[in-house]
Design a protein around this ligand. Structure first.
Ligand SMILES: [Zn+2]
Length: 402
């Protein structure tokens, strides 16, 4: 091990190598030598573990005793197995310590876990005390495959099935097993067929029956259905939900997708305002970024704050809505009631609301993250311009009524 624990460099100056000097921090990652060195180091571990197999204090994991398996390694992942008693674990740990002293390769305690199967709780506690690792729960993912002591459930295999399906989609049709085809042809009553010998592709198709049943389809529905509607199926599987009152503001909004997204967050009170961040413990100070007078909440930002109040009031009068601005919730309710229709006025109002909310939010973010302040007047100007451009576009394409 001494040979591989030190590294030194020599630089060629004027065509001559200078006296070698030692690297302060050893071999760096990415060096073409490192995979080879890694193999040598792991070979040492391998031999140590083989030695351990002859140690009388150590007992193999019951399932590994036949092949005398103790360790499995892939790159920097290492799995060690032994019988679940303190003595064996301690012997294994000791051997691992020898490897650590020689190679300097330490197990990262925060990334290492100990997994138990059929070990009583007292022994478990003792083992954990010896090792100092946290207890992990089975199943856990290793190289993309869930590892478990039991047979894997269907859900655990799902990611694997998806991956495989992606790969073989093009040739599935060509490779149906003979048994699968025979079952399909012979059996008139396909609905109740449970093909045991068919390929798993066929089995998967048959399993789709459960989903049809869940969606309320009967055999006749499927048999005599000339056209299948994905939409109908989706709705049937999803079930009925109460519709939110503000959907008209979001779903039929011709504004930019970004505006609508921010508007949706604001209506649901999900914007990361300071008040909300403080609740999660991310910030200490909760005063409004714009006015430093009140707590920064959605209610205050839209449109109680002097800054946003000015923008919103100007936009209202530009839109020809002659009223004082209201509280946030009432503003949303007002829009639901008065700007829900398909006429051009309502459509533009919805856009204006989304644009105002988005631009005020962006202005607030600009101050926080870029220390850039934009005055209210120029925001109003930008919004009016943008709405004009969008409205023109929809007028041309015939989407906007007037
Ligand atoms: Zn404010």
């Amino acid at each position: 091990m001494v040979c591989i624990s030190t590294v030194s460099y020599s630089i060629i100056v004027n065509g001559k190598p200078i006296k070698p000097f030692e690297a302060k921090r050893g071999l760096r990652q990415g060096d073409p030598l490192s995979p080879l060195l890694f193999v040598i180091a792991m070979e040492y571990l391998c031999r140590l573990m083989k030695q351990l197999g002859n140690n009388k204090e150590f007992r193999f994991h019951p399932r590994c005793a036949k092949v005398r398996l103790i360790q499995l390694g892939f790159a920097d992942d290492l799995l060690l197995f032994c019988k679940g008693d303190v003595q064996s674990v301690m012997a294994l740990h000791k051997q691992f310590q020898i490897f650590f002293t020689a190679s300097g390769l330490v197990a990262n305690t925060s990334k290492s876990s100990v997994y138990f199967g059929g070990v009583d709780s007292r022994t478990r506690l003792k083992i954990m005390e010896v090792l100092g690792y946290t207890k992990g729960d089975l199943p856990f993912g290793y190289l993309g495959v869930p590892l478990s002591t039991k047979r894997l459930s269907a859900i655990q295999c799902e990611p694997l099935i998806d991956k495989m399906l992606n790969r073989i989609q093009c040739w599935t049709a060509k490779f149906l097993s003979y048994a699968g085809r025979a079952t399909l042809i012979k059996n008139n009553n396909i609905w109740d067929t449970k093909p045991k010998n068919a390929s798993w592709v066929i089995q998967k198709i048959f399993k789709a029956k459960a989903q049809f049943q869940e969606a309320g389809y009967s055999e006749d529905d499927v048999r005599y259905n000339d056209s299948f509607s994905t939409r109908k199926m989706y709705k049937a599987l999803q079930g009925e939900f109460q519709k939110v009152t503000w959907r008209c503001l979001v779903c039929n909004n011709k504004g930019m997708p970004k505006w609508i997204f921010i508007l949706r967050l604001a209506i649901q009170d999900r914007l990361a305002t300071k008040k909300r961040l403080a609740r999660w413990g991310s910030v200490d100070e909760t005063l409004c970024t714009m006015c430093h007078m009140n707590n920064e909440t959605v209610q205050h930002l839209f449109f109680d704050c002097d800054y946003s109040n000015e923008i919103w009031q100007k936009l209202l009068s530009w839109k020809g809505v002659m009223r004082r601005k209201k509280q946030w919730k009432e503003e949303v309710q007002w829009a639901e009631k008065n700007a829900a229709g398909k006429n051009a006025g309502a459509e533009i109002y919805r856009m204006v609301l989304a644009a105002a909310v988005n631009h005020i939010w962006q202005a607030r973010n600009n101050i926080i993250f870029q220390e850039k302040q934009i005055n209210a007047q120029s925001i109003v100007k930008t919004i009016v311009q943008e709405i004009h451009i969008r409205a023109q576009h929809y007028k041309k394409t015939g989407y906007l009524s007037k």
